[in-house]
Design a protein around this ligand. Structure first.
Ligand code: TRP
Ligand code: SF4
Length: 543
């Protein structure tokens, strides 16, 4: 990544490994994160930097550290690089007017569409009704507005799909199916639901997991990225789990009839490689399936492993020490059974026909057991695709786990968090351009008390909501402008008055232009097959 591009990563610097304060990710709570680094430690979200280099021409939100985290985005980046199918999907709860925070997600969707992905945008109307108590009339009005902004910013509805949850029968059916693999205790643990939680709210969670997997249902299983704020990560984690739970087969690697966990497998593989290498001409033997004849028995491997010193190098070390004892036990119990690398397919949810078909489809030597089949001549990857193929041919989903990317929340213009209940703290995409101008002019800054001090010490761009506006929105693709504002600010060459004036003018221009484009998009929206006049009956809403 370009070292010159200033990044908005105040906070992620801390790497001491201990969360500083309690962090919770609550999809319906207040969206603020004290320290983004905590999300890596606590929830296993990965730093976006780790995959950034795999993206050929990253979006400016990626370049500037606004997109700070991900789950398995490598799969999407790889598909993108190899011109293979991939998808992106995100959803919007129509609870108010779209604002500049939503624009981040709109832009992320549009960018993935430009990169050749199948892109989906949805209106989470069921969620808005059940979790936020919005009436159907309010929902219709806001839904229209979200869609207009998404279209105005460049979403191509011919190439992608826009839908509302309540109108998508396939999503409902998928939700029903996925719901059969989730239970209330889990919702309690993930979302803090309790006996008071309304049942439709729970149904809206199931619907969201269906949204997330829907791109893989309409066409074929493929890498799919869900661009969202980190508050949505609980949904992503649950969906990644459910995607696995509905799979027909589970593929693992094994060496003998018994099961090994990952750490044990590492050790047994080491034993096998050492011994198979000794006994034949197979070199290190690790990738070489021709050495199947080598006569290594479990008991030999146990003997080897006993004297093996687990290298005290990496963090896995502790795992491996514990695993050594259990692996030894298993190998000894295996006695004279030959040790032979193989892939194992477990029947997890398959129909009998599908399991039969899988057995039939395995090429080369295989051994069939109750509930699983071992294949001796397949690589792990070949086995994974075979399992998916058979599953799909037999009415299964064959889902891949969805990926995600997470963006930072923008700081409110009045300091603190951006909140729809404090109009001065955020800018709506529907704000009168003059109001937008005024809000920026009156924003809090990272400036010093006096001009003199500012010249001497420089401003604190990393703490400044106005700098954020440049980085997240106003500078657009122009890294030069973002870099200039940043360096002039921190070097004391820029004073807040002028800086805000420039930002305010850019904001006014942006809003003027955006609103013109929204007007133009009206026609496009009319032509789409989206019902924005729902005649649903229901309750009026809670306010
Ligand atoms: N829960 C999301 C929100 O509060 C909206 C949403 C519904 C969504 N389905 C989704 C987001 C699927 C991403 C993917 O805004
Ligand atoms: Fe913020 Fe600009 Fe002032 Fe720097 S000069 S603190 S970026 S308003």
């Amino acid at each position: 990544m370009d070292e010159d591009t200033p990044r908005t990563d105040g906070g992620t610097e801390r790497v001491d490994g201990e969360p500083s304060e309690d962090v919770a990710l609550d999809p319906w709570g207040s969206a603020s994160v004290g320290d983004y680094a905590d999300l890596f430690v606590e929830f296993g979200i990965e730093a976006f930097d780790d995959v950034a280099d795999d993206v050929a021409d990253p979006h400016y939100l990626m370049r500037r550290g606004v997109i700070f985290g991900h789950r398995e985005y490598d799969a999407v980046a790889e598909a993108m690089a190899n011109d293979e199918p991939f998808a992106a999907l995100s959803g919007f709860m129509p609870t108010g007017d779209p604002h500049i925070g939503h624009k981040l997600v709109f832009d992320e969707l549009i960018w993935h569409q430009e990169q050749g992905g199948d892109v989906f945008g949805l209106i989470a109307d069921l969620e808005a009704h059940s979790a936020r108590g919005m009436s159907w009339d309010e929902i219709d009005e806001h839904a229209r507005s979200y869609l207009l902004s998404l279209l105005a910013l460049g979403f191509d509805p011919e190439e992608g799909e826009l839908y509302r949850q309540s109108d998508n029968r396939a999503v409902q059916d998928l939700g029903f199916e996925l719901g059969s693999k989730a239970n209330f205790s889990e919702f309690e643990a993930i979302y803090g639901f309790d006996g008071e939680t309304n049942v439709s709210h729970m149904q809206s969670v199931v619907t969201q997991t269906a949204d997330i997997l829907y791109p893989q249902l309409v066409d074929e299983p493929k890498p799919t990225v869900i661009p969202v704020g980190p508050d949505q990560d609980p949904h992503v984690r649950l969906t990644r789990d459910l995607a696995t739970r509905v799979r027909y087969f589970k593929v693992t690697e094994a060496f003998a009839s018994f099961e090994l966990d990952d750490a044990e497998r590492t050790l047994v593989r080491a034993a096998y490689d050492a011994l198979a290498g000794d006994g034949g001409d197979a070199g290190d033997g690790s990738d070489d399936r021709d050495d199947a004849e080598t006569d290594v028995r479990c008991i030999d491997a146990a003997e080897w492993l006993e004297d093996y010193e687990v290298p005290a190098v990496d963090a896995e070390e502790v795992d491996l020490v514990d695993a050594k004892a259990t692996a030894l036990e298993k190998l000894r119990a295996g006695g004279k059974e030959p040790l032979r690398p193989r892939v194992r397919f477990f029947d997890r949810n398959a129909t009998d026909e599908a399991f039969e078909a899988l057995i039939e489809a395995v090429d080369g030597e295989k051994r069939v057991f109750e509930g699983h089949v071992d294949a001796f001549e397949l690589t792990r990857e070949a086995a994974e695709s075979l399992a998916r193929e058979v599953e799909i041919a037999h009415d299964g989903f064959g889902f891949r786990q969805p990926s995600s990317i997470y963006h930072r929340f923008m700081t409110g213009l009045t300091g603190g968090k951006m909140s729809s209940s404090i109009p001065a703290s955020h800018i709506s995409l529907l704000d009168d351009p003059e109001d937008g101008y005024d809000k920026v002019r009156s924003a809090t800054t990272g400036g010093r008390d006096t001009a003199e001090e500012q010249r001497e010490l420089g401003g604190e761009a990393d703490e400044c909501p106005v700098y954020e506006l440049y980085a997240y929105l106003l500078a657009g693709d122009d890294d030069g402008l973002a870099a200039e504002v940043y360096s002039e600010c921190v070097n004391g060459d820029r004073l807040c008055g002028g800086c805000k004036e420039q930002a305010a003018e850019l904001m006014r221009e942006f809003l003027e232009e955006h609103q013109e484009k929204r007007a133009e998009a009206e026609e496009l929206l009319e032509d789409l097959d989206i019902d924005l006049d729902s005649d649903r009956r229901g309750t009026g809403g809670e306010h």
